[in-house]
Ligand binder design. Sequence first.
Ligand SMILES: [Zn+2]
Length: 229
Amino acid sequence: MVKTVNSVSNYNILLSIHDVSPIYEDAIISLYDSLSDIGISSFTLLIPPFYQLKGSNVFEEKDIFVDYLRSLDLEISLHGYSHTTKSGGLDEFKKLTAKRSASRLKSGIAMIRRAFGIRPFGFIPPAWQATKTVLNQVKDVGLKYCVIGNNIHDFKSMKVFSTADYVISQGDGNTSFSDIMLELELGGPLQISIHPLDFKSSYIFVALRDALDRLDYTICGYRDYLRKI
Ligand SMILES: [Zn+2]
């Protein structure tokens, strides 16, 4: 079935935080506070449940950090499983066999459910890369959407929504949005993802505040955007 692609409305930024993991607890709390300070209250938390295949990065039920994240009432979505490939790459879901991607999706959902008591809402693969097989598997396991590159596949409406561009911060606190500045000025819809360590980057907060205050963008998470359209 060929699906038509609709554009996300202009002047919308879909915002997410990558790599939400216990290892970044302090950074994520700072990031949340900085986003709140500039008036951003909706964004998506992206969790790789077995980040870098380290046991210490697995969320535990009743952990204080889990309670804190739940209390924020933000969308929690699945972001791969370990976020790494055999060769150390980030694009975990790009070349997995169908059997392996299906089992990682199921295990990932189970791990989030065990710790948080809820199922993740949607799926955004590491580096935004996945195969069509993964797309179908995400739908089959009952998650509500899957993002690949510029396309957001919404399984409720069965529509595809696209953005003009997506930008993933480098995660080292030094990200520049120079390549999307023109798009921001034009009002094009964008996906922006920031990393926990970006709490150190005043540049990102200045750019987001500018998008909100001067350019009149609306900034929210994927769930909240899909629910309002
Ligand atoms: Zn990531």
